[in-house]
Design a protein around this ligand. Structure first.
Ligand SMILES: [Zn+2]
Length: 416
């Protein structure tokens, strides 16, 4: 079923030539098409006697031998299209080395042309990778390989010399207890690093990543995290000179949990508290008129939950207190909570006491993990985009692309 186009088919050959836009010494010699496989193969070759610059030193060198190579290119008229060429190896007198000459249309060791890469990347930016693979009639592991190449390149090009303030948090990577931990530059909102699992070791991996990019741990001056022991230990060990800020949303989450613990204990003797969890959790302004009325009655009933709720409101005020009064205010709050005779609040006061410095650090750093909420939403979108992503490295690469809104600048630059 093989047929060849030769110089008599000037029109078609001319169209391929125009589309390929080859530069000397490369030229299209002939085209074959295989009707059975519905594929074109474009044969290209270089002029006899051409000397190529040595890839190491640039010295013009004679061709030593050639290697036959095949690349998948953009489809022509919906048929798969391959480029076939003998790629020369030069024998440089200067370097005394035989080296494969890079070609202008493909990356070294790739089975695809740069234009195919660009097409694949564009599809993978718009649809799940396995859908893109189907569209391109390729196996998805080959698509992931292209994807990783360009994401790695863009991540390598990131300049980390200005990074001083980092927020860290974990997010679920799939159902069950699988996590990835994200490290985000608070000032640029760029995801600097993501790694599997959660806990202390992730800090060591982040530090290693920074060192590989020439950034010392001491460059990181401020880190925002929740009050989990694992993060705190990791930061103390790997970034001993960084100041820690405890995320205020995490502090408030613990306060809300304590309020709810008081309510759950009390509802045995005060059944009107049943199914009122959301009333105590929500901002009062966001309640409906009926909910407000119910809430008003509950608040005025001298319940323990009402007292816990007032402690919650007081804690919220910490972050609006003028800086110079903040430590006094927080200590007053701890005294009040300790004397409240509400066990969850007494326990919470102890936790706050242990983390006092990091909670108050907010008044210097103004850092929260609020931006990670938005990024977490993008991670969940990435999971859908990376559907059937097989391994966590694929998901992480997709997170980098989606969260950092990568436009593959190096790829665009190469095409032009
Ligand atoms: Zn050389």
């Amino acid at each position: 079923m093989w047929s060849s186009l030769h110089s008599e088919d000037r029109l078609i050959l001319g169209m391929f030539k125009t589309a390929l836009a080859l530069e000397a010494p490369w030229k299209l010699t002939h085209v074959e098409y295989d009707a059975l496989d519905e594929a074109w193969t474009l044969y290209i070759d270089f002029e006899r006697g051409t000397e190529f610059p040595c890839p190491h030193c640039g010295t013009a060198s004679k061709v030593y031998d050639t290697e036959k190579k095949l690349w998948r290119h953009l489809d022509f008229w919906n048929w798969k299209t391959y480029i076939h060429a003998r790629v020369p190896r030069t024998n440089c007198k200067n370097c005394n080395k035989v080296t494969l000459v890079p070609v202008q249309w493909a990356r070294l060791q790739s089975h695809f042309t740069l234009l195919f890469d660009a097409w694949a990347m564009r599809l993978m930016a718009e649809m799940p990778v396995n859908a893109a693979a189907r569209e391109l009639r390729e196996h998805d592991t080959r698509m992931w390989r292209i994807f990783h190449y360009y994401v790695d390149q863009a991540m390598t090009e990131l300049d980390l010399t200005q990074v001083t303030r980092v927020a860290v948090d974990e997010t679920s990577s799939r159902r069950g207890h699988r996590y990835i931990t994200l490290f985000v530059d608070v000032d640029t909102k760029i995801v600097l690093f993501a790694t599997e699992a959660k806990g202390k070791d992730t800090l060591a991996r982040f530090k290693q990543h920074l060192l590989e990019k020439g950034v010392e741990a001491t460059q990181i001056q401020e880190i925002c995290c929740d009050m989990s022991v694992a993060f705190i230990r990791g930061i103390e060990e790997q970034f001993p000179t960084a100041e820690m800020t405890f995320d205020k949303f995490h502090v408030m989450k613990m306060v809300n949990e304590a309020v709810d613990d008081v309510r759950k204990a009390e509802q045995k003797e005060a059944p009107q508290l049943k199914r009122t969890r959301y009333l105590w959790l929500k901002n009062e302004n966001n309640l409906t008129a009926a909910q407000k009325k119910e809430f008003q009655t509950l608040k005025d009933s001298h319940l323990k939950t009402g007292r816990a709720y007032r402690l919650k409101l007081a804690m919220q005020e910490v972050w609006t207190t003028p800086h110079i009064f903040a430590d006094v205010y927080l200590r007053e709050w701890m005294n009040w909570a300790t004397r409240s005779q509400l066990q969850p609040m007494v326990d919470l006061a102890k936790t706050v006491k242990r983390h006092e410095e990091g909670i108050l650090r907010w008044f210097h750093s103004r850092m929260t993990n609020g931006l990670l909420e938005g990024i977490n939403g993008l991670v969940q979108a990435s999971k859908r985009r990376a559907r059937g992503y097989r391994n966590v490295d694929n998901l992480i690469a997709m997170v980098y692309m989606v969260a950092n809104k990568m436009r593959m600048p190096s790829l665009v630059a190469r095409r032009s």
